[in-house]
Design a protein around this ligand. Structure first.
Ligand code: HEC
Length: 123
């Protein structure tokens, strides 16, 4: 009897662990909203990255390290969605790129970062 209870408890614990793991995985995949991302971009990123993401924003033009052209599919296909997520959240310095790219952790939520990635991928 006790053995059965222990087995049941183990399965319950595994079930709970699985349940907790699944939403986390879903959160890490880009399921962002493109329209909301366009707004995040306009408000926060366009001054450097340019209104159309070509790296030609008024401030971007003055930077020593220029932001990439997001419409360059060959270049952008080399970056995974998690690469984009990490550079946006942690800033250029966190991923060995230029510190001119600011960190958005604390300013944008993870959802907003997924939204802006959806926008970047749509260019
Ligand atoms: C102050 C100017 C500035 C702002 C504002 C800025 N960035 Fe950047 N960003 C840069 C620069 C410069 C780089 C290039 C870093 C490098 O290549 O070393 C960069 C790089 C990136 C990259 C890596 C690919 C690329 O373009 O080189 C992504 C993705 C990115 N930024 C997203 C964003 C997003 C999203 C926002 C708004 C939430 C944003 N950036 C706001 C300057 C900026």
């Amino acid at each position: 009897m006790l053995k059965k209870l222990v087995v049941a408890a183990v399965f319950l614990a595994l079930g709970v662990a699985l349940y907790l793991a699944i939403p986390q995985k879903a959160g890490a995949s880009p399921s962002g909203n493109r329209a909301a991302g366009a707004e995040v971009h306009r408000a926060n990123c366009a001054k450097c990255h340019g209104p159309g993401g070509k790296g030609d924003g008024p401030a971007g033009k003055l930077l020593k390290t220029k932001p990439a052209d997001w419409t360059d599919k060959a270049r952008m296909s080399k970056l995974s969605d998690s690469d984009l997520f990490n550079v946006i959240k942690g800033g250029g310095g966190a991923v060995g790129k230029s510190k001119l790219m600011p960190a958005w952790a604390g300013k944008l939520s993870d959802d907003q970062i997924h939204d802006v990635i959806a926008f970047i991928r749509s260019l």
